[in-house]
Design a protein around this ligand. Structure first.
Ligand code: APR
Length: 254
């Protein structure tokens, strides 16, 4: 593992344009459950039943109730962990240019990353399905389910449900970042949901090195990624940053 941390620090130092793709796993250490795997949301619910736009349209109250149970940690203001902070540090060092995230929790922005592409939208905002008015989730009365707009319409989260298109700008910008980067860090995603999971493939096809950080292998492992740093995002990112700091300090001394 130490060898791979060293190798990652070296690749990060020599790369010209680094992009990160993140998934639910990077927020696990902030207390937000992932979708798949142990303790995941989709262990308790059928994604096609609660995560699909048709279910929401058919019974918004039911889907909202499940969201409310699961969104508690996000609404209780989960904090960025060492994984998010590490990516923010990489941007500060001038290494990381863009984060493409599948997460809707806003933690990358909170950590300090300034160019975050929200591939699946954001839970911080809601919009009315009747009049289109956008409201911050914290400003909406969520004691009434489903939450309603002044016009009587129902609010929905500004996220992408199964069965919906990825917002055009997010998709185009992500494809552009994936084609342009020479290194893509893929952190905490099971890499099974398309088209997000295709971004590392695009990066690889354009000659970039792809490095994964995940406690488990994914369909990218051994195919698209050069190697897997096997472990928790927070712990691994902390080690990478420490190694980069050591290298920079040694350089200053010499
Ligand atoms: N650090 C890093 N990775 C972790 C950690 C951790 N501490 N804990 C778990 N993981 C990994 C898991 O091994 C898994 O590969 O995070 C991944 C989480 O996978 P998913 O739950 O499938 O999350 P994600 O890839 O973001 O899902 C994609 O599916 O239904 C949806 O729309 C939702 O955006 C989501 C999409």
């Amino acid at each position: 593992m130490e060898d791979l941390i060293q190798k990652t620090a070296e690749v990060l130092t020599s790369a010209k344009y680094v992009v990160a793709l993140t998934g639910a796993g990077i927020s696990v250490e902030s207390g937000i459950p992932p979708f798949r795997g142990k303790g995941g949301l989709w262990e308790k619910f059928d994604p096609m039943e609660v995560g699909h736009i048709d279910s929401f349209m058919k019974n918004p109250a039911r889907v909202w109730k499940i969201f409310m149970g699961e969104m508690k940690t996000i609404l209780a203001q989960a904090k960025p962990n060492d994984g998010h902070k590490g990516l923010a540090r990489l941007e500060e060092m001038g290494i990381l240019k863009t984060v493409i995230t599948q997460n809707v929790d806003g933690l990358h922005q909170l950590a300090g990353n300034t160019d975050v592409i929200e591939f699946h939208g954001n839970f911080a905002w809601l919009y009315c399905m009747a009049c289109g008015k956008r409201r911050r989730t914290v400003d909406v009365d969520l004691s009434q389910i489903p939450p309603r707009c002044e016009c009587g319409g129902i609010f929905r989260p500004d996220c992408v449900f199964f069965g919906e298109m990825i917002p055009t700008e997010a998709l185009e910008r992500s494809q552009e970042a994936a084609s342009r980067c020479d290194l893509m860090l893929v952190v905490g995603t099971s890499a099974v949901v398309q088209p997000a999971a295709f971004m590392p493939v695009i990066a690889r096809q354009h000659g970039a090195t792809v490095i994964e950080i995940n406690p488990e292998p994914t369909p990218l492992t051994g195919m698209t990624s050069a190697f897997l740093l096997q472990g928790k995002a927070g712990e691994i990112m902390k080690k990478i940053i420490a190694r980069l700091d050591e290298t920079a300090a040694a350089k200053r001394r010499s």
